[in-house]
Design a protein around this ligand. Structure first.
Ligand code: 4AD
Ligand code: MG
Length: 463
C-alpha cells in the first residue's frame, strides 16, 4: 500500500477505509482506554491525529514507545473526527515503530524553545512548527522564482561557485586553496605564490554570479542565476550570512526602468505565489511571529513601490524629525537605520532608490550624464532594509575602461568582461535579490539565521 502525505489527507478531509502514513510523533495523550498520538510528516504544519485503542495487540508496549520524536508507520481507518479542529482522524490498526526517541534526552519536548537554543540543534529544529513552516515557505519561494522567470522565457544559467573575480570589489572574499598552510610557497618578493596553487592563480568563492550572467545575457538576452554566494564580511547582524542564496536576472536591451519594473513584478509574484501555496504556514507566521505579515504581503501585492533618487532620499533623511546614529549627507552610503526609516516610517512600503553616487557603488554600473552618479537601484523593504541591489551596466567600452583604471583594478584580468563591450555591446541591466532576505521579509522572522537550514556566520559553521 502506498503511504499517504498527511497534507493531502487533511486537505481532502474525507474518511477512507484504509490508509497508511509515516512520520514522527509530535505529542502523545494517554487516556484510560485510548491513546491519542499526533503524527507529523513535514508536509504541513498540522499533524494527523491518530487513535490507538487498547484492543491493539501489544498496546501497552507500543504506546510506551510512542514518545515525541519517535518515527512510526501507522495504518488504519481514516474516520470522521468528533473532536473540534479536525475533520478526520486515523483509527490505528497496526503500528511499526522505526526508531524511538528517549524522552529524557530528546531535546524537543513540548515546551516552547528559543530560536537561539534551536540554532544549536539545527539537526533537529526542522521538526518544530516554526522552522517547519519556514522551510516550506522557503521551498515555495524558490518554486515561485523559477516559475516567474521560466514563464517569461528567461534561461536559468549556472554560474561558477569558484571564481577569480571580486565582482562587488568589496574585498569580502573567501580564498579557495589546496596549498599546504604550514609551508606556503613564496615568490622572490616574499608574496604568497598562488601560481603554485590548484588553479595556478588565486581563486575565491564567488560573491555574485553577475559578471558571468552578463556573458550569458549577451547570447540569450534574458537569463537568471539562482545559487549560493559567499561573503567574508565580519558583520554579525540579523540580516547577514557568510553563505546566502541569490537570484540574479540579467537582461540585454534593458535599461534601469525595465530593471525596476521587473524587480517589482518579481517580488509581487513571489508573495502572491507563497500566499497561495502555503496559506496555513503564512497564517501561523501572522498569528505567532509577526502580526503584520499578512498586511505586509497584501501591501506588496497591491501597491506600487515608491521610486525616488538617492539625492531625494538624502533630502528626506536630512529633514527627518529624528536623530540617526550614523551621519546623513550626500555622498555617504545609506545605513540600515536610514533605509528602514524610509521604508517603514516615511513610505510604509518598499521603495526603490536610484542613482547613487559613483564612489559608493561597484565599477560596472552605468555612469550618468552628471558624471557623479550611476544608474544603480536598491529596493528597500520595511524591517529588512536592502533586499535587492541592481543597476544598468556600463556598456560603453571607453567609459568602463576609464572607471576600472580610476579604481586601480587589474584591467588585464577583466579582458573577457571588456570584450563584451567590444563585440556586440548592448544596454543591459540586472539585479540581485537576497533569497534569505525575501524569506525573512515574508515570514516576519527577525533573524536571518532562522530562514536557512544551516546558517554560516562568523565563528559558526556547524552541521
Ligand atoms: O547588493 P549586492 O551586493 O549586489 C550584487 O551582488 C550584485 N552583483 C547584484 C546584481 O546586480 N546582479 O547583493 C544583492 C543582494 C542584496 O540586496 C541583499 O538582499 C543580498 O544580496 N545580500 C545578502 N544577504 C544575506 N547576507 C549577506 N551577507 C548579503 N549580502 C548581500
Ligand atoms: Mg547592495
Amino acid at each position: 500500500m502506498t503511504t499517504r502525505r498527511i497534507l493531502d489527507l487533511l486537505r481532502t478531509g474525507q474518511p477512507e477505509e484504509s490508509v497508511t502514513i509515516q512520520g514522527w510523533v509530535r505529542t502523545k495523550r494517554e487516556q484510560k482506554e485510548f491513546c491519542f498520538v499526533e503524527v507529523n510528516d513535514g508536509s504541513s504544519m498540522a499533524g494527523l491525529q491518530t487513535i490507538l485503542s487498547q484492543d491493539l495487540p501489544d498496546y501497552e508496549a507500543i504506546v510506551k514507545k510512542l514518545n515525541t520524536g519517535a518515527s512510526v508507520e501507522m495504518a488504519g481507518v481514516l474516520a470522521a473526527s468528533p473532536a473540534k479542529g479536525q475533520r478526520i482522524e486515523l483509527q490505528v490498526a497496526s503500528v511499526t515503530v522505526y526508531g524511538e526517541a528517549d524522552p529524557e534526552t530528546y531535546p524537543l519536548q513540548k515546551k516552547r524553545h528559543s530560536f537561539e537554543f534551536l540554532r544549536d540543534i539545527a539537526h533537529l529544529r526542522a521538526r518544530t512548527n516554526t522552522l517547519g513552516a519556514v522551510f516550506r515557505v522557503r521551498n515555495a519561494c524558490a518554486t515561485a522564482v523559477h516559475q516567474f522567470f521560466q514563464e517569461r522565457g528567461f534561461l536559468w544559467v549556472h554560474t561558477p561557485i569558484i571564481s577569480a573575480n571580486d565582482c562587488e570589489g568589496a574585498g569580502e572574499l573567501f580564498t579557495v586553496t589546496t596549498m599546504n598552510l604550514k609551508d606556503v610557497p613564496k615568490t622572490k618578493e616574499q608574496e604568497i605564490d598562488y601560481s603554485q596553487d590548484f588553479f595556478g592563480r588565486r581563486a575565491f568563492l564567488t560573491v555574485s554570479g553577475q559578471l558571468e550572467a552578463e556573458i550569458m545575457a549577451m547570447a540569450f538576452t534574458n537569463v537568471y542565476t539562482f545559487g549560493p554566494t559567499f561573503r567574508a564580511e565580519n558583520s554579525n547582524t540579523s540580516r547577514h550570512l557568510a553563505e546566502f542564496w541569490m537570484i540574479e536576472p540579467e537582461m540585454a536591451f534593458c535599461d534601469l526602468i525595465g530593471n525596476m519594473d521587473l524587480a517589482e513584478a518579481f517580488l509581487k509574484h513571489i508573495f502572491k505565489s507563497v500566499l497561495e501555496a502555503c496559506p496555513e504556514d503564512m497564517q501561523f507566521f501572522n498569528d505567532r511571529i509577526d502580526n503584520t505579515v499578512m498586511v505586509t504581503a497584501e501591501n506588496i501585492i497591491n501597491n506600487e513601490f515608491e521610486r525616488i533618487t538617492y539625492t531625494e532620499a538624502i533630502a528626506l533623511l536630512e529633514k527627518a524629525d529624528r536623530k540617526f546614529e550614523y551621519p546623513v549627507s550626500w555622498g555617504l552610503d545609506l545605513q540600515s537605520e536610514h533605509e528602514r526609516y524610509l521604508a517603514e516610517e516615511k513610505f510604509k512600503k518598499p521603495l526603490i532608490v536610484t542613482d547613487y553616487p559613483t564612489a559608493i557603488k561597484a565599477f560596472y554600473m552605468r555612469l550618468n550624464e552628471d558624471g557623479k552618479t550611476v544608474r544603480a537601484m536598491d529596493i528597500l523593504a520595511p524591517k529588512i532594509g536592502e533586499i535587492v541591489g541592481g543597476s544598468q551596466r556600463e556598456e560603453r567600452l571607453d567609459v568602463l575602461e576609464r572607471r576600472i583604471e580610476e579604481l586601480g583594478m587589474p584591467k588585464e584580468e577583466l579582458w573577457w568582461y571588456l570584450d563584451l563591450r567590444r563585440f556586440g555591446t548592448v544596454p543591459h541591466a540586472g539585479f540581485g535579490l537576497g533569497f534569505e532576505r525575501v524569506v525573512q521579509f515574508m515570514t516576519g522572522m527577525t533573524n536571518i539565521r532562522d530562514v536557512i537550514p544551516f546558517p554560516r556566520t562568523p565563528l559558526s559553521a556547524d552541521f
